[in-house]
Design a protein around this ligand. Structure first.
Ligand SMILES: *[C@@H]1O[C@H](CO)[C@@H](O)[C@H](O)[C@H]1NC(C)=O
Ligand SMILES: *[C@@H]1O[C@H](CO)[C@@H](O)[C@H](O)[C@H]1NC(C)=O
Ligand SMILES: *[C@@H]1O[C@H](CO)[C@@H](O)[C@H](O)[C@H]1NC(C)=O
Ligand SMILES: *[C@@H]1O[C@H](CO)[C@@H](O)[C@H](O)[C@H]1NC(C)=O
Ligand SMILES: *[C@@H]1O[C@H](CO)[C@@H](O)[C@H](O)[C@H]1NC(C)=O
Ligand SMILES: *[C@@H]1O[C@H](CO)[C@@H](O)[C@H](O)[C@H]1NC(C)=O
Ligand SMILES: *[C@@H]1O[C@H](CO)[C@@H](O)[C@H](O)[C@H]1NC(C)=O
Ligand SMILES: *[C@@H]1O[C@H](CO)[C@@H](O)[C@H](O)[C@H]1NC(C)=O
Ligand SMILES: *[C@@H]1O[C@H](CO)[C@@H](O)[C@H](O)[C@H]1NC(C)=O
Ligand SMILES: *[C@@H]1O[C@H](CO)[C@@H](O)[C@H](O)[C@H]1NC(C)=O
Ligand SMILES: [Cu+2]
Length: 570
């Protein structure tokens, strides 16, 4: 056994011990120190400096009980601006700590620091944190694990142990260089060189075998996987050879158990999965590879693996190396949408839901890739264009001061409030051939203001411009119910009739299917400035973002909290 593999096992044993302590209501830290700094990591036969938190990749895990408040001192010892976002944590009335740069804060400059107050409310399960500036989240990310309140049980049999499964993406090149090149050229970003499981590419990549993530299990025990997709640009399929996966939660909200051979998970999403070690003692591969629905997009087609090894078993192994699990084809849209479309909220006495039935505010937004003409057709998008993306034909432009401060202090000229409620131009969004003029969008910084406590419905409509593709749409400050979805154009007479208002899944990120639509609903009871965007990072960079401003209510406890004293200045 290599020393690397030994380390993995020691790490795992620590984790098991830790989770058995939890039965006695472990006290978690109320305050964390996140030092953003460079560290040298070796993957795929070469080493490079990456930006990390506390030198760790993946970064440290935040632990909390439901309803806790945790302080994180973010100290920037790196060479560039940074912000940190607590993905899926609603932060009631406290958008100041949300993180997206130039939306809720100015970046933390090198040498500066910012203490962020993470207010948990009804989240329970798995979330994650990540950088929200440029593409630094490629290496600046980690898990957030939220336990039921002490004394409250899980709504499923208590697992023997818990295991984080962090699915990521790795470039041999410095991600900052990849980012800078793709912004400069206007084309597609370079493909990654590997996908990773807990930071490790796995056996199928050069120089990676010894680091492969290995999970040692005891026959007959169950394990809770706390899975998150932190990849920059790809939705992933994940499976384990010969084993089934039982999903019990998504995005820190419980679901009815859904047992499948594989799962699909988009960047931004999390899954709580029960895994039963009930097969013949042996080695088994776990594996993940991408789901990409656009025909013309180039992407990293490799497969990342980890190992499940039954403890005490020394062989003979049934095969060497182990066999790979079945994973759907890269372009298998029905496999991806069938999985996500089958998820249902748990809905029990202890875990009730409150899907808005009557809607006060309806918003429909197209989500689209765009292409701008480029001088002398010299950009690297299709036909020499510069690629962009938009919502309701607006390509989001980051302002020079964050929108939250501009709104709070009534500073004019930073943003407008003209984000359209409906697509400005109605056409057949999903037909095969669309006039090239439609590829051009309008650049701007527009928000949509929403009255406190209104019930909001957003219909996302995918478009087939440049390339139709699934878009994992994420909303900050909220989770929402996914009440309906379908392929093709949304039909406002027909489609609402099949909405699920009984047990729709509750999420913070939903993959809108390629050339299809998805309807979400939520109650606007969290005042603040909240970003909504595609979680494929290239689309976010291209401008597939919009901002909701949820106004204050009348009572004091319905108003945004005052800003902290150490807000980073622009
Ligand atoms: C944060 O920065 C302030 C001002 O430079 C400094 O006084 C404080 O000690 C710093 N805090 C931490 C935790 O580094
Ligand atoms: C990155 O992409 C550019 C443009 O597509 C290409 O010319 C270049 O060779 C790629 N670089 C690497 C390191 O793959
Ligand atoms: C997916 O790709 C395979 C192999 O490249 C091809 O045969 C198949 O037609 C594609 N399916 C779809 C739905 O595009
Ligand atoms: C998923 O596939 C199964 C089997 O083909 C089918 O019965 C079910 O309706 C599909 N569900 C969704 C949400 O597409
Ligand atoms: C839109 O285009 C699709 C694909 O070409 C076609 O199937 C559909 O009938 C069109 N819808 C309308 C309303 O024309
Ligand atoms: C988007 O905005 C641009 C610039 O104003 C305009 O030329 C184009 O027609 C608009 N497209 C759509 C689909 O609304
Ligand atoms: C929000 O609206 C709901 C339903 O209309 C109402 O029952 C509730 O009292 C309202 N809450 C506040 C704080 O206004
Ligand atoms: C590129 O140009 C060709 C030929 O005019 C056209 O068919 C194609 O749709 C264009 N692609 C894009 C993305 O503009
Ligand atoms: C929407 O659905 C209704 C009812 O099925 C149908 O009559 C109508 O033609 C559809 N509209 C479009 C634009 O397809
Ligand atoms: C870092 O943030 C400051 C404050 O917003 C800004 O002025 C500066 O341009 C940023 N630096 C870079 C390299 O983006
Ligand atoms: Cu997208």
């Amino acid at each position: 056994m290599s020393s690397n593999r030994k380390n993995v096992i020691i790490y795992f044993l620590t984790f098991v011990l830790f989770s058995s302590f939890l039965q006695e209501s472990q006290a978690f830290p109320q305050r964390y120190k996140f030092v953003v700094k460079e560290a040298r990591y070796k993957r795929l036969c070469s080493s490079k400096n990456i930006l990390t938190v506390n030198g760790k990749f993946p970064g440290p895990t935040l632990y909390a009980y439901r309803g806790d408040t945790v302080l994180v001192d973010v100290i920037n010892k790196g060479k560039e601006n940074i912000t940190i976002h607590w993905h899926g944590v609603k932060l009631p009335r406290n958008p100041w700590s949300d993180g997206p740069e130039y939306v809720t804060q100015c970046p933390i400059k090198p040498g500066n620091n910012f203490s962020q107050k993470i207010i948990f409310s009804d989240e329970e399960g798995t979330l994650w944190w990540h950088a929200h500036s440029d593409w630094s989240r490629a290496t600046v990310h980690g898990a957030i694990i939220i336990y039921p309140r002490p004394g409250s049980p899980y709504p499923f049999p208590k697992p023997y142990a818990e295991v984080p499964i962090i699915l990521g993406e790795w470039w041999k090149e410095d991600v900052r260089v990849v980012f800078e090149r793709f912004v400069r050229t206007g084309g597609q970003p370079n493909d990654s060189d590997a996908y990773t499981i807990n930071g490790q590419p796995g056996d199928l990549y050069p120089c990676s075998k010894s680091g492969t993530f290995q999970l040692n299990v005891l026959h007959g025990k169950s394990y809770l996987f706390r899975m998150m997709n932190v990849a920059i640009n790809e939705i992933l399929f994940f499976a384990i050879k010969n084993h089934k996966l039982t999903v019990v939660g998504t995005d820190a909200s419980y679901t009815k158990p859904l047992t499948r051979d594989y799962v699909a998970i988009s960047p931004g999403q999390t899954l709580d999965i029960l895994f039963f070690a009930n097969q013949d003692p042996d080695y088994y591969y776990m594996a993940a590879r991408p789901y990409v629905s656009a025909a013309i997009v180039s992407f990293d087609k490799s497969t990342t693996t980890g190992l499940v090894k039954y403890s005490g078993f020394r062989g003979p192994f049934s095969s060497q190396p182990p066999l790979l699990p079945f994973l759907p084809l890269f372009n298998d849209t029905s496999a991806a949408v069938n999985f996500s479309g089958s998820l249902r909220s748990l809905v029990s006495e202890d875990h009730s839901i409150d899907v808005p039935i009557k809607v006060n505010k309806r918003i429909k937004s197209t989500i689209s890739i765009n292409a701008f003409p480029c001088p002398n057709n010299k950009c690297e998008g299709p036909n020499g264009t510069r690629l962009a993306a938009s919502m309701n034909n607006i390509t989001f432009v980051k302002p020079s001061l964050d929108i939250l401060e501009a709104y709070y202090y009534k500073i004019r000229g930073i943003f407008g409030d003209k984000f359209p409620k409906h697509p400005p131009f109605v056409f057949n969004y999903t037909t095969d051939i669309l006039p090239l003029e439609l590829e051009i969008s309008k650049r701007g910084t527009q928000v949509r203001k929403i009255r406190y406590n209104s019930t909001v419905e957003v219909v996302f409509q995918g478009r087939n411009l440049v390339a139709g593709i699934d878009h994992p749409m994420h909303l900050h400050g909220y989770s929402f119910y996914v009440v309906g979805w379908g392929l093709g154009n949304f039909n406002k007479t027909k489609d609402p009739q099949s909405y699920n208002l009984v047990d729709p899944p509750r999420r913070n990120t939903v993959a809108v299917p390629k050339n299809g639509w998805t309807t979400i609903r939520f109650r606007a009871n969290n005042p603040g400035v909240w970003l909504m965007h595609c979680h494929l990072e290239r689309h976010l960079t291209w401008g597939m973002n919009a901002v909701f401003i949820v106004r204050n209510g009348k009572k004091n406890e319905e108003k945004i909290l005052p800003p902290p004293p150490d807000m980073p200045p622009c």
